[in-house]
Write a protein that binds this ligand. Structure first.
Ligand code: AMP
Ligand code: ZN
Length: 111
């Protein structure tokens, strides 16, 4: 039994604020926003780390990166955004299903 929270969101077993969905990915609002706009682009296929990205997953990630700028108005990040992919413990990755944070809606600090 896959106990992954993002797989459960994708399966509709846990509610989420969904802003976009297609066959390969969803974009939802982060439940604990770290910026005025904080969304997550989540490929539907479960894998945790970039090391697990074979050719077909790489194409999905590529299409996610191409899709995100087309959603700027929908997401409210017309004036710019930052993408973050946390990988592993030191980065603070808490959900082990690859996802791309989309941050914006205001000037972002750079630390
Ligand atoms: P990371 O720390 O990179 O693994 O990011 C996981 C993100 O998922 C965090 O920013 C959490 O706030 C977010 N998150 C966890 N559970 C949910 C949920 N049920 N709905 C939306 N976002 C969530
Ligand atoms: Zn998963």
């Amino acid at each position: 039994m896959n106990n992954c929270i993002f797989c459960k969101i994708i399966a509709g077993q846990i509610p989420s604020a969904k802003l976009y969905e297609d066959d390969e990915m969803i974009v939802i609002k982060d439940i604990e926003p770290k910026a005025k706009v904080h969304c997550l682009c989540i490929p539907k296929e479960h894998f945790a780390l970039l090391e697990g990205m074979d050719e077909s997953r790489a194409l999905i990630v590529k299409r996610a990166l191409q899709k995100i700028p087309t959603l700027k108005t929908t997401l409210g990040v017309e004036d710019g955004f930052r993408l973050v992919v946390n990988q592993g413990e030191n980065a603070g990755q808490t959900v082990h299903h690859l996802h791309i944070h989309i941050l914006g809606g205001e000037p972002l600090p750079w630390e």
